[in-house]
Write a protein that binds this ligand. Structure first.
Ligand code: NAP
Length: 296
């Protein structure tokens, strides 16, 4: 089924709803904002670079001219910026879902966040963890109805006995760093669904393989030639960004959905329209992650 057909036939009206999306100026975050707007919702784009965010906002307004779009500054690789998020969004009475989408794949080795965490794990997981911590007061006050965590189909390769060794040092390949960061998000999502039970819903999703800027982007270590080849590969074998972002959108709007997991239906779950399953809780699954959090 084509993206627009799916949006028209399978998604409810989202009039009166509001969604905050991190990393909203590109790829899946941008596409998810587009879908929310097409269905009548308001969006808050949380982006690290305000110039890129403005350009993305203009593109969205060309598609949905009366779209209600706000921008807030948010750098998931900088705890100070993360801690400024609640202040920037306290004026909103409610946010129906915070989509924790921002992420990077394959930066240069030995790059670190402002607080000294290795860049991939520091951005993708540690930054996400700090973001949830920063939003806890709003969650407790009932202002944030749902958290959506974006993992990946490579979480299987990211299991570790000692997640903490990835926080401040680079271990093994850049791919391993990425897989570990996404595995940690997955396990953290399971944990949050119990820790925040009764306060907010928690859903997870993975977009399969989506044709986005993930192999390019601001901090990639890939050569121009490899970026081009990667983009062609994703275009040929994966979903469009719009289609994959439906997993993020369904994870944000489907109800009731605590512990719902949304991912593409076809071809080893890397392409197609979203499929849903319910995850089963097992404390053993996140026990190692919880231990590692004391090292942050
Ligand atoms: N594409 C795939 O096949 C795929 C598969 C599995 C999972 N995912 C996940 O999907 C999410 C979105 O990726 P994408 O494919 O849409 O890639 P993308 O096009 O590169 O978009 C990533 C977004 O995250 C933002 N971002 C990166 N670092 C950030 C930071 N420190 N603070 C705030 N925002 C930051 C980027 O902002 P800038 O433009 O400023 O860099 C961009 O808006 C990621 O979490 C990724 O791991 C993607």
């Amino acid at each position: 089924m084509k993206y627009l057909d799916y949006v028209e036939k399978n998604l409810p009206s989202l009039e009166g709803k509001r969604y905050l999306v991190t990393g909203a100026n590109s790829g899946l975050g941008f596409s998810a904002c587009k879908t929310f707007l097409l269905k009548g919702a308001s969006v808050i784009m949380a982006c690290r670079n305000l110039e890129r965010a403005q350009i993305a906002k203009q593109k969205l307004l060309e598609i949905v001219p009366h779209g209600n779009i706000d921008i807030v500054q948010f750098d998931q690789a900088d705890k100070e910026s993360i801690d400024s998020l609640p202040k920037q969004i306290e004026k909103y009475e409610h946010i129906d879902a915070v989509v924790l989408n921002a992420g990077i794949f394959h930066p240069d080795k030995n790059l670190f966040t402002k607080q000294g965490y290795s860049l991939t794990v520091g951005t993708n997981f540690v930054g996400l963890y700090f973001t949830v911590e920063a939003l806890k007061k709003m969650i407790k006050d009932g202002k944030i109805k749902r958290l959506v965590l974006v993992t990946s189909c490579v979480t299987h390769f990211g299991r570790s006995r000692h997640y903490e060794k990835y926080f401040k040092k680079w271990h093994r390949s850049a791919f391993k760093q990425y897989a570990v960061s996404k595995r940690m998000i997955y396990e953290y999502g399971l944990y949050l669904s119990t820790a925040l039970f009764g306060q907010t819903e928690v859903t997870l999703c993975h977009p399969g393989l989506a044709s986005t800027n993930i192999v390019g982007g601001q901090s990639t270590s890939f050569s121009k030639r490899f970026q081009l080849a990667g983009k062609r590969f994703m275009h040929r074998f994966g979903n469009s960004s719009d289609k994959s972002s439906l997993c993020l959108v369904l994870a944000s709007v489907k109800s009731p959905a605590n512990l719902g997991y949304f991912y593409p239906k076809h071809f080893f779950h890397i392409r197609g329209i979203p499929k849903e399953k319910r995850l089963h809780l097992n404390e053993k699954k996140y026990a190692r992650l919880l231990k590692s959090l004391s090292h942050l």
